[in-house]
Design a protein around this ligand. Sequence first.
Ligand code: SAM
Ligand code: SF4
Ligand code: SF4
Length: 502
Amino acid sequence: MNFQMDQKFKDYFKTNLRQVFLYLIDDCNLRCTQCLYKLEIGFQVCKKEIDFEDAVKLISDFREMGAIKLTLMGGEPTLYGIKENNRPLLDLIRISKELGYEYVRIDTNGQFNSELLEKPEFKMLDEITFSIDGPTKEINDPIRGYGSFEKCVKNIKRAKELGYNIDITSCISKEMIKRDENGNLYLDRMIKFAEEMGIDKINFHNLFKTGVPRDYFSGNIDITIKEWFNVWEEIQEKVENNEYSIPVRIPQSFTTKEEFEKYPKYYGYCSCKNGSRILAHPNGMIRVCSLMIGTPYGIARYYDNKIVWDDSPTNELLAHKMNEDTPCTNQFKNNKYGKYVPTCVSFKPKQNEMIWKELQWENNRNENTTSKIRTIIAYDDEEITNNIINFIKPLEYVEIVAKPLNGIDTYNKIVELKPEMVFAKFNMSDMNGIEIMRESKQKLSDEIPIFNIFAENLAENEMETAYNIVGKKLNALVDEDDQERIVDILERYKEYKEHQNK
Ligand SMILES: C[S@@+](CC[C@H](N)C(=O)[O-])C[C@H]1O[C@@H](n2cnc3c(N)ncnc32)[C@H](O)[C@@H]1O
Ligand code: SF4
Ligand code: SF4
């Protein structure tokens, strides 16, 4: 370890740390309505950029503690080291991959000079998340600044051409829950916009006033619980029915008291309690809950090569009943919501997100039943894919987590989502079955899924190579039209899992 750490800090995370949010800079070139990073609020910030050496030492120590996912944030992270042509940012990306982070992403407003996308180190990113707050400039620009929509879209298009894995993140403001002249929700149009742009997935943040400090700077574009429940169920139903072609992560935000009492472990998701994440800021603050950003509350401070646990009343964990499943502590403090209780801002049911999957959080929905079989269907023909999905859909014990349409994407989704079962066409033009198995094994070792290959036959040497790479995880050669066989494979695996659970 580079930092000398208080034992309380180590004890808090135990072996649970999985993801790091590294705030590189407390400054921004936009002034979005809902955001903290405005000059008038940031006046007390004297140290705006994280010290490069500290950043390297922090991500190295957090990696040693078990973190596998890193998000580079801010402020606007593409401003980090801008005077040096972003060299510190690019070096950090490279170093984080060298340290073994499985998934490194950047969260940006997309206003940067497109040349950044061409840099070899930038290309090492596993994901770029672009923030846009509406499917049109008329909705986005009043929130994020005039001209920001076009600039961001231009960079998204270029990133797409260059083959980046792209995510869009949007805040759900008043405008997003309105409907257009055809009765379509702008929220729904936002997802369609992402689909049409060829984006890989979309994520949403909620904007409520829930009695937390950020209420004071998050403008007046927030929505109410009543407005939210008029639209949430509509969108979530479409998500669960696989009506969108890309994964959609959408916060539930509230649930009823009754529902919470039924599944407290599930709805009680709280990063402060499960110790799976850490946020590190340029001013030395280390915290867990993002709702505490801009406050003196945190869990520790880093300085002079030490990480010092906060033993004072500003330790954010003091507010929590650490061993109890409760509604979101920070949002439930000063507010009463009638029959509703608040859930974590990161509580996004059934989300296709690496750490949510890693924690197997969906299993907490019903501890008595065996979890669903997380399956990928990979075929370079959308019609065939949809056909397979249609006959698997009625199997309530199967969850299709991705349907990649080429070999490279299949490999990416295996690594990102760690499914249990894969059905994949052998001969996809950009990466064949052997290459997918080899790369997956190299990256995930024993965590590779069970492979079922769509192919009539494999040459003897190919079969042997595949066995040498994945062993018994090579399960079957299947004909994509043989519905009975595919269902049988899934059914047998379900029985195997049930047996294991006994
Ligand atoms: C703070 S920004 C930092 C990264 C980068 N500048 C960007 O805009 O993506 C990260 C994300 O937080 C979102 N955000 C900002 N203010 C928020 C608020 N009050 N509530 C929820 N999300 C917020 C932004 O829209 C953005 O998607
Ligand atoms: S949301 Fe991002 S782009 Fe907008 S002001 Fe905040 S940090 Fe800047
Ligand atoms: S938003 Fe609420 S539930 Fe989520 S980490 Fe913060 S306090 Fe915990």
